[in-house]
Design a protein around this ligand. Structure first.
Ligand SMILES: [Zn+2]
Length: 129
């Protein structure tokens, strides 16, 4: 059975919930971005991690996490928490800060204001309607 493995960026807290199980274990193996110094810790359910076939079962999920981390380099490793059981990789995004929300609202407001401003400015620019 494939194992659910989470990759959590070093220095960050998990964003989503961790793999089920009362105890978790951080594997000694870390995943590194090949292009920068970003590193991710691998977190698994403790019982699963001591299972006999763990190495075999974890190979594919780890491979997929490695790829997700590599692809994350392009966006500055904004995703601090990935999770996969070897089928699809889930990205957990941190909740937005108030600053981010305010910036988004400002952009949205500007978008609504844009055409209106243009209309207001048009006569002043002397353009025919
Ligand atoms: Zn990177």
């Amino acid at each position: 059975m494939p194992q659910l493995i989470a990759a959590i960026r070093t220095g960050h807290d998990p964003v989503g919930k961790l793999p089920s199980g009362a105890f978790h274990r951080t594997l000694e193996t870390q995943l590194n971005c090949p292009k920068c110094d970003a590193t991710y810790n691998l977190v698994v359910d403790y019982d699963a991690s001591v299972g006999r076939f763990f190495e075999e079962e974890s190979r594919r999920p780890i491979m997929m996490l490695r790829k997700a981390i590599m692809l994350g380099h392009g966006d500055g490793h904004g995703v601090a928490h990935f999770e996969t059981a070897g089928v699809a990789v889930t990205s957990f995004l941190p909740p937005k800060t108030e600053e981010q929300l305010a910036a988004e609202a400002a952009v949205e407001a500007a978008r609504h204001e844009g055409p209106k401003r243009v209309r207001e400015l048009r006569p002043a620019m002397g353009r025919p309607r």
